[in-house]
Design a protein around this ligand. Structure first.
Ligand SMILES: *Cc1c(COP(=O)(O)O)cnc(C)c1O
Ligand code: SF4
Length: 388
């Protein structure tokens, strides 16, 4: 269109698709008005931050009380009412509850735990930038998140207001990116970059977009999962100005695929944003093939492409979430061939010590003798391929 505006084509999503994405319950917030409940500012202001509030939403166990007391100094608890209402009040092993409410495992530092397992600080040329790969950087813009995930890799930084990126740091980071012409892709991270105001994000994205060597950027955000109300029309209209924009989000369980999440993804996808998912493999939450298959099918219906499954890393106090590598491989084994290739993400380990992401696959190459390559398929049948 001549004025550069894109018409929003309204369309209907079939009820049989929508009904797979149930509207979230409102738990103890039944009397809150729709206007407040659907406002991300209200959601953020009313986050559940202490035991007294949490005890009204779920039936707390003694373990959860002890774990809260022991962990609150190190890592805040903060749960949006929307996400808290997804928790099963009576099941301490509810996959939503395990992600949001502390467990005693957090107080245990295993001998193999590391303070900065991914060496993100070491590879920091300026505060706020991790430059590890040749053509792209990780750019930290805030240390706040809508909700604090108990398994967070960046626990040492996240939720600590003292370590928040100030405007000076932001401008230093932008100056670094401006000066390094080899950078073509910027991963905007945090914390959660959507904790920044739209104006601040507009400033960051606009500054990046003005650099001729920057081809694309991605926003790494969990807000579609923990605060889908944040994806407003104003926000997506701001993003539109900066295309191509990619969003990497972080769904871990099919229970997180609500109508609210569906609508948030729909607004982003309608605005032309390409959305991918980065799941973390978590014991007791999603370490079985059936759960991951269901999650990935739901994600595709939300126009979100499963991108990575991360092996849980070696950050301190999250050993109770870790699984074996075989469990990760087993999940891929049960996806590849059995379902759409689009539903099969890359399974990676972000190597301790800053080695970067290393992909792992079940062994499909049986043997190679001279020019004869023996392969096996997803049904474990063998086939030969002869090289030229
Ligand atoms: C994950 C990551 C990236 C992006 O990696 P992709 O494989 O391109 O998604 C970039 N820099 C750092 C430091 C990372 O950890
Ligand atoms: S949203 Fe991401 S950065 Fe924030 S607490 Fe959760 S895992 Fe950590």
């Amino acid at each position: 269109m001549a004025d550069g505006k894109v018409e929003h084509n309204s369309y209907e999503v079939k009820p049989h698709i929508l009904e797979r994405f149930p509207v979230a319950s409102r738990s103890i917030w039944k009397d809150v008005s729709d206007k407040d409940w659907n406002s991300w500012i209200w959601q953020q202001q009313n986050r559940v931050k202490n035991l007294e509030q949490l005890g009204k939403v779920i039936n707390l166990t003694d373990e959860e009380r002890k774990a809260y007391e022991g962990s609150v100094e190190m890592f805040n608890m903060s749960i949006t009412p929307y996400y808290a209402a997804l928790m099963d009040p009576n099941d301490p092993n509810c996959p939503i509850r395990l992600q949001a409410v502390p467990k005693l495992g957090e107080l245990y530092i295993s001998p193999t735990d590391m303070e900065d397992p991914l060496a993100e600080e070491r590879d920091m040329p300026v505060p706020g930038i991790t430059h590890r790969y040749p053509d792209r950087v990780l750019f930290y813009t805030t240390h706040n998140c809508a909700m604090y995930c108990r398994f967070c890799t960046r626990k040492r930084k996240v939720s600590d207001p003292g370590s928040a990126a100030q405007t000076k740091q932001l401008d230093d980071s932008l100056a670094y990116i401006r000066a390094h012409k080899e950078i073509r892709d910027v991963v905007i991270s945090g914390g959660d970059p959507l904790s920044n105001s739209d104006d601040r994000l507009d400033y960051i994205l606009g500054s990046l977009r003005d650099m001729p060597h920057i081809e694309m950027f991605r926003l790494g955000t969990r807000n579609m999962v923990t605060l889908p109300q944040r994806i407003t029309d104003d926000f997506v209209n701001m993003l539109r100005k900066h295309h191509p924009v990619f969003v990497n989000t972080h769904f871990n369980h099919p229970k997180e695929c609500t109508r609210e999440a569906f609508d948030a993804c729909r607004r982003l996808a309608d605005a032309g944003v390409v959305i991918s998912n980065q799941m973390v493999l978590l014991k007791g939450i999603n370490n079985d093939p059936k759960t991951v298959m269901e999650l990935n099918h739901k994600l595709l219906m939300m126009r979100v492409r499963p991108y990575y499954i991360y092996q849980c890393d070696l950050s301190q106090g999250i050993s109770h979430f870790r699984t074996t590598v075989d469990e990760g491989l087993n999940i891929i084994e049960h996806l590849r061939g059995w379902t759409s290739g689009l539903a099969v993400p890359h399974y990676v380990i972000d190597a301790p010590g800053g080695g970067g992401k290393i992909p792992l696959l079940p062994q499909y190459l049986v043997k190679k003798e001279g020019k004869k390559v023996t392969l096996r398929n997803f049904r474990k049948q063998q086939f030969e391929y002869n090289e030229p």
